[in-house]
Design a binder for this molecule. Sequence first.
Ligand SMILES: [Zn+2]
Length: 219
Amino acid sequence: MTETFERERQDVLEAVRRIVATGLVAGASGNVSRRIVTPDGDLIAITASRVPYHRFGVDDVLVVDFDIEPVVGDGVPSSESLAHVAIYRARPDVGAVIHTHPVHASAFAAACTPIPAVLDEQVVTLGGPVEVAAYGPSASEQLAQNAVAALGDRAAVLLRHHGAIAVGADLDEAVAVADLTERAAKVCTLAASLGGARPLPDDVVRAEQKIYRMMKGFK
Ligand SMILES: [Zn+2]
């Protein structure tokens, strides 16, 4: 019997429901994937393109290989599949990728301004400030490569003039990263009316980055 990866596709569906419930995505924007490790090589379960979230079901989560060739399911995989695969290839520690268009993080992406490290939890969870990738058109290989370069070994990156990408060891972690990225952007935006958020001291950032890297198992 052919493997249908039901559990992995359900995982993706649950993550989709969570990011819809918290307002990180609307309509059919954004996309979610998780890595599937098989003896024959890694695959990804990823949301289908252009299916509105109010009609989204498990059949709208497709399984494809790293060449975006279909393995399970009918439909067109997310237009940002190239970016998801590029991140999985570059980051063996990443098990889930979530791309969103939330308002506050997108404001930073539109202003081409990194989200500075202003909250303690930001650095230990995200790895530092959230950098802005060089521009690449939506769905392009250029966007994928620029996102990988700006992400580095951190957990979130902004796509210039577009939105945000969050990664994690699993979908729970990636959802938490997506939430925190938007929250940090919102906090910075609100703090602007109070004179502006102050960056964390450099020595604190360095110490917290050490904790982030230790938790990730990075050398
Ligand atoms: Zn997008």
